[in-house]
Design a protein around this ligand. Structure first.
Ligand SMILES: NC(=O)C1=CN([C@@H]2O[C@H](COP(=O)(O)OP(=O)(O)OC[C@H]3O[C@@H](n4cnc5c(N)ncnc54)[C@H](O)[C@@H]3O)[C@@H](O)[C@H]2O)C=CC1
Ligand SMILES: O=C(CO)COP(=O)(O)O
Length: 339
């Protein structure tokens, strides 16, 4: 495996877990965070306790609060901040790359769509970081909670780029015996799958706390995936991508795992907790809340039928009662599958 210099921007749970995989693979790793206390804890105690508890980090994960220091000589830069911070951080990265006169392979691990512009994470990166500063552009996606990755649970993800060579470079950098990276070239499908599954996971959590059985969840997953695929295809996605790791794979883990922030938010909604309190108490980003609104708006704009997403929108943003919402969904005119 050739040695890369990998800068990870964002030291939340996922950025830290990915930095750890890279360090375990022998790469030179710099993890950027704007929080000095986090830098000290990672470098001195090899922990990131706020996000990953007592799990030890590889000593090769070196944190810094200086983005220039993180990015200098980097060959691959991973952006792992929440969707709402992606554009701002990418803009900062572009300034740093200009000053260093440096080019990098740029990879997003963020799962969401930007409010207002409806842009995917890789599109935001491409808009902020010039072509001339990039040797490649892609994403890492798939069913992968940081909590499992840090404990070396076998995990399968996908590196996606419209340029297969870029995806293969990311695959080579991150693959190891417990972290298996596939490749794909359908960036649109992979990013729609990654973002939209969070919406369905909120619904799955609500079904759990309302005491519904697996029948209801299986119905939600299947018809949820159908509408994710419909919206993705309206933007040119390959329908087969939704059968892969960044589609059904990520939907499955996010809509069933207690580690999922989106699923846990849904559980609490079903228990009757207020959305503001849920967000405040989670302490980590719940991407699906904002993505629900974006997806609902996009569905209207593109004339794509997304009844589950729109129902979750009404529950989150218009205060509709969840049981009433489920009754409405169940009362819709019956239709043909595969349409
Ligand atoms: N946590 C997980 O297991 C996985 C998360 N993801 C995705 O990765 C992205 C990040 O998620 P998490 O790591 O879970 O989030 P998190 O909430 O654990 O951490 C986010 C990090 O970004 C930093 N941040 C926030 N705003 C910032 C700004 N304006 N400038 C600089 N840094 C900023 C925070 O300080 C924090 O360190 C999300 O899009 C999520 O969907 C994807 C796969 C797995
Ligand atoms: O994308 C994820 C797992 O693949 C993370 O999902 P949550 O943000 O819901 O934890």
């Amino acid at each position: 495996m050739s040695n890369e210099v990998i800068a990870v921007l964002g030291a939340g749970s996922w950025g830290t877990a990915l930095a750890n995989v890279a360090a375990e693979n022998g790469h030179d790793v710099r993890l950027w965070t704007y929080k000095p206390a986090q830098v000290a804890e990672i470098n001195e105690q090899h922990r990131n306790s706020q996000y990953l508890g007592d799990n030890p980090l590889h000593e090769g994960v070196v944190a810094t609060a200086d983005m220039t220091e993180a990015v200098r000589d980097a060959t691959i830069v991973l952006s792992v901040v929440p969707t709402k911070a992606t554009r701002e951080v990418a803009h900062q990265l572009s300034d740093v790359l200009s000053a260093l006169d440096q080019q990098v392979v740029l990879v997003a691990a963020t799962k969401g769509l930007e409010p207002g512009t409806y842009k995917r994470a890789s599109e935001m990166l491409a808009e902020e970081v010039a072509d001339s500063q990039r040797l490649g552009l892609g994403i890492i996606s798939g069913p992968s909670h940081a909590e499992g990755v840090i404990k070396h649970d076998p995990t399968l993800v996908t590196a996606v780029s419209e340029n297969l060579a870029t995806a293969e470079r990311v695959q080579a950098a991150f693959t190891n015996s417990v972290f298996r990276v596939y490749t794909n070239t359908d960036l649109i499908g992979a990013e729609f799958g990654a973002a939209l599954k969070n919406v369905i996971a909120i619904g799955a959590g609500a079904l759990e706390s309302l005491g519904f059985d697996a029948n209801a969840k299986a119905g939600l997953f299947t018809r949820g995936l159908a509408e994710i695929s419909r919206l993705g295809q309206a933007f040119g996605a390959n329908p087969l991508t939704f059968m892969g790791l960044s589609g059904v794979g990520d939907l499955f883990v996010t809509a069933t795992s207690v580690h999922s922030r989106n699923y846990r938010a849904g559980v609490q909604l079903g228990e009757g907790k207020k959305l503001d309190d849920i967000v405040e108490n989670m302490g980590m980003v719940i991407e699906g809340i904002s993505t629900t609104k974006v997806a609902h708006e996009l569905a209207l704009k593109k004339h794509v039928e997304m009844p589950i997403t729109s129902t979750i929108y009404r529950v989150l943003y218009e205060g509709q009662d969840i049981k009433e919402a489920i009754n409405e969904l169940m009362g819709r005119p019956v239709s043909q599958e595969g349409k």
